[in-house]
Design a protein around this ligand. Sequence first.
Ligand code: AMP
Ligand code: MN
Ligand code: MN
Length: 327
Amino acid sequence: MIDHQIRALLQKTKKVGLTSHKRPDGDAIGSVLGLGLALIDTGKEVQMVLRDGVSHTFKHLPGADLIKRAFKEECDLYIALDCSDLDRIGFTLEGRNFDLVIDHHITNEGFGIHNLVDADAVATCAILAERLPLWGFKIDTKIASVLLSGIISDSIGFRTSNTTSKSLRIAADLMDLGADISTLYNKALISRSFEAANYWGYGLERLTRQNGLVWTMLTLEDRMKAQYPGSDDADLTNILSSIEEIDIAVLFIEQSQDKVKVSWRARPGLNVAKLAADFNGGGHPAAAGAEIQGNMEEVKQKVLSSTRQYLERFESDLQSIEEGRTE
Ligand code: AMP
Ligand code: MN
Ligand code: MN
């Protein structure tokens, strides 16, 4: 969908419903708030909904207290942000389709009536930072702050391989509009609750390495013992992905007796989105996830075996390319 059509769609609507994926990260929260605050500023009635609410890490963002866990009233227009498929939202619109999907996942299924998917964008917040002015909205300091927070968290502080000079320029423009990068950076990526750090400990204790593969898990019991309030990984994946000389890091986060959330992180050149897609998940080449039915042991076995196979195939493909070159 092109900018003037989105502009017309947003301008004519009175009541807008915005949402994103469950266990929302900084980009999910930032993009819902960024578009939500822009719409509120132009006099629209806006409901912002995230099934799992806002985690402690992002409670400081302007407008975070406006986000609810369910829609209270019917809207004219529903928009899903930073979400590649309907399942990940965690609830349905009772028979209605999403009118507009705005996202940057290469695995996006195009589940909206209209879809704006830019897989080159470092974050959904980066798409909004570029396009809100084209849609007739002004980016004030609050909006600039929530968008920069999303860009910082999805790019893990401009460290992911999809970070480009363009993403840095967008971030610089948001700083010029008043966003305080050092505070936002610290809140999004560095500062953690005692409970979160304690929760990491359980995962780090079980850290296992086999060749280029590193993995560990967080159980429901760990979550209880650490008194960690969320059902996410408290960003332990970022720590796993910082381990040197690793091809792929995998984290298993127990959700219930028969459901496990899996997060993959890969070094540049590999593509874990493909692996996640085999388990009905999705994501980006360097960072992907899936929610898999089964108990921890079953899921671990299946996922590790397919991840090992992928790495072996990758290595042997690489070898044949190199042999071909020397022949
Ligand atoms: P995570 O491992 O949850 O931090 O997610 C890494 C990337 O994969 C993010 O871009 C997510 O949006 C995406 N992702 C995670 N879980 C799923 C899922 N169940 N389905 C589709 N995409 C996912
Ligand atoms: Mn996200
Ligand atoms: Mn994102």
